[in-house]
Design a protein around this ligand. Structure first.
Ligand code: IMP
Length: 192
């Protein structure tokens, strides 16, 4: 089975992606290749960060690799937290604090429209490619459910009754930003 590194140690993301990719590729995490340092993410776009992470793994560890970067863009907040979604409430990557800050910044706002965007950068066989996935939705006024991760409890996708945190993993993958970006990635891998 061909091995590709997914430049993350986020167990939620790994299991989401492994479910989608199936048996064709063995997806290795950063821990599994002995990469324990923080990979720099200093670009100001999702694509820039995804490419930066994938190039880092290729350069330092030699593996074919893909990396993702996701942002939650909220219209009433001028697109924030966007590319800074992971550090919205400070550098600790604390999802509960991030959600709290988001809900307080959204207090009293009637326009609750938002979207998740994921960019995946793939470095494979000397080529660099990027894939994007998007899901429109809205920011709830309080958290609903405790499944998923990150901002899932406060995001309800368009046309759905449940927040991402209340959906089964398969239901979320079928419509999510990362699910859609991964489907594009798979479409490409299947042409090889
Ligand atoms: P990352 O750059 O992909 O690690 O994600 C940036 C921020 O968005 C982090 O705070 C994540 O917790 C959050 N995030 C990424 N993907 C999702 C998702 O599928 N649902 C909810 N939050 C997410």
């Amino acid at each position: 089975m061909q091995e590709i590194v997914f430049a993350t140690n986020n167990q939620h993301k790994l299991s989401e992606i492994r479910r989608i990719v199936g048996d064709r590729y063995r997806i290795l995490s950063l821990n599994e290749i002995g990469c324990h340092e923080d990979i720099p993410e200093t670009a100001d776009t999702l694509m820039g960060n995804a490419l930066q992470k994938a190039r880092y793994v290729k350069e330092h560890y030699g593996y074919d690799c893909f990396a993702d970067d996701t942002g939650l863009m909220v219209d009433a907040l001028g697109g924030a937290p966007g590319v800074y979604s992971a550090r919205y409430a400070g550098p600790g990557h604390d999802s509960v604090a991030n959600m709290k800050l988001l809900l307080s910044n959204m207090e009293g706002r009637t326009d609750r429209s938002a979207r998740f965007v994921t960019v995946i950068a793939l470095l494979l066989g000397g080529k660099e490619l990027t894939f994007e996935g998007k899901v429109e939705g809205e920011i709830l006024t309080s958290p609903e459910g405790d499944g998923g991760f990150g901002y899932d409890p406060v995001f309800r996708p368009e046309g759905q009754e449940l927040s991402f945190a209340l959906m089964t993993p398969d239901a979320k993958n079928a419509i999510s930003h990362r699910g859609r970006a991964t489907a594009e990635l798979l479409k490409y891998l299947n042409t090889l």
